[in-house]
Design a protein around this ligand. Structure first.
Ligand SMILES: Cc1ncc(COP(=O)(O)O)c(C=O)c1O
Length: 392
């Protein structure tokens, strides 16, 4: 057999459906409500800080685990918000986005045969992350409409081989915000089975209806077994800057830093400087961010409801998961292709968030978009009709 092939690992997963939808959207000139990136500007203060850093010749490698001002800002803000002490030198590692933070974390802690518990639906990257790091994923379902999990089902997913559980709150794609009770249930299992919680908190500040974000690291007994991931992408509308980080217990930081160093050496030095400025924005910035997104959420919910989708109201993050059965298509991918090609709106097929078949009746829309963009999607979706109904 020819050796001119991809590795076994690389053939076990497909290209990202989310990113593919963005490419299809370019091809058909659609309104892109698929991939989660804003189409409005980032805050001027942080753009100015990035330009100033380049002009000040901060152009060479930063310290591999992150420029000190950013690491200190990450530690300071976590402590200030959640009352848990974080020591920058021992616990914070800056990576190329939280995507690399997750990969470095998984590669740093997983041995072959280790199992990782993942809630389904999940952020698309976690599947390939598990394969690349050699972990065996164990999926636990989040049940609509409120995306709750069955504590017995979760307990049954843990065993001696469980190395970690991945939590994402606020959650992509469901908009679920894990409650304290739910986090405590998870924490009991982590302590019982000596497992690590990997907590992706990238939507920390994008939260609605008076909900509060609770990092699982702050639950009793979890600080020394939680790796928290976060980044600049979503909070500051700079998904292309590729700056994220881990906050880990000191006992795990060394392993993460080694993997990170040999994977990427480091994130863009001037953008790390700007990141430190970003983390220093006043609290008012975060209040407005959440209020603006809540308003956009309401606008898109109304649009999708009017165009016959069954919607699940998100309490955080900037996505709406919908049920598409009313349109009578055989599956979600076929419907998503129809939607971008014939209607002119790109969304993400539900199956890219599921291992099981449950995603085939679902589609995810994002609302991190300007009002005009959402209005244009509304206009285009007038073409959509439920199955069996004809337009006059
Ligand atoms: C849950 C979740 N984690 C991580 C990421 C990627 O974040 P970053 O841009 O920091 O790599 C995304 C992006 O959509 C996401 O939804």
């Amino acid at each position: 057999m020819s050796k001119l092939t991809g590795s076994k690992k690389a053939t076990q997963f497909t290209e990202s459906v989310i990113r593919e939808m963005t490419r299809l959207n370019h091809l058909y000139g659609g309104v892109n409500l698929s991939q989660g990136f804003p189409d409005f500007p980032a805050p001027t203060a942080i753009k100015d800080a990035a330009c100033a850093a380049i002009n000040a010749d901060i152009n060479q490698y930063a310290v591999t685990w992150g420029a000190r001002p950013l690491r200190e800002a990450v530690a300071r803000e976590f402590t200030r918000r959640y009352g848990l002490e974080v020591v920058a030198d021992e616990q914070v590692t800056v990576c190329c986005g939280s995507t690399e933070a997750m990969m470095s974390t998984m590669m740093a802690i997983i041995d072959p045969g280790d199992e990782v518990v993942i809630f389904e639906p999940f952020y698309e990257n976690y599947g390939p992350d598990a394969i690349l790091s050699g972990a065996t994923p164990r999926y636990v379902t989040l049940h609509e409409p409120d995306w709750s999990f069955d504590p017995d089902e979760l307990a049954a997913a843990f065993n001696d081989r469980t190395k970690a559980i991945i939590i994402n709150t606020p959650n992509n794609p469901t908009g679920k915000v894990f409650t304290r009770d739910e986090l405590e249930t998870i924490a009991v299992l982590c302590r019982k089975w000596d497992a690590i919680a990997i907590s992706d908190e990238i939507y920390e500040h994008i939260i609605y209806d008076g909900q509060r974000h609770i990092p699982i690291a702050t639950i009793e007994g979890m600080a020394d077994r939680t790796i928290t991931l976060n980044g600049l992408s979503k909070t500051y509308s700079v998904t292309g800057w590729r700056v994220g980080w881990t906050i880990s217990p000191p006992s795990l930081t060394g392993a993460i830093r080694k993997v990170h160093d040999f994977l990427t050496v480091g994130a863009a030095a001037p953008l790390q400087e700007a990141g430190a400025v970003a983390l220093g924005l006043p609290d008012d910035y975060y209040t407005k961010l959440a209020a603006n997104y809540q308003q956009r959420r309401n606008v898109l919910l109304d649009i999708l409801d009017r165009h016959h989708f069954t919607t699940y109201k998100p309490l955080g993050a900037y996505y709406i998961m919908t049920d598409i059965r009313v349109f009578g298509f055989d599956d979600d991918v076929e419907f998503a292709r129809y939607l971008v090609k014939d209607v002119g709106v790109a969304a993400v097929p539900g199956s890219s968030f599921y291992k099981s078949n449950a995603g085939r009746t679902k589609l995810r829309f994002c609302f991190c978009k300007k009002d005009e963009t959402l209005q244009e999607a509304d206009r285009r979706m007038q073409k959509l009709v439920p199955a069996g109904v004809t337009l006059h």
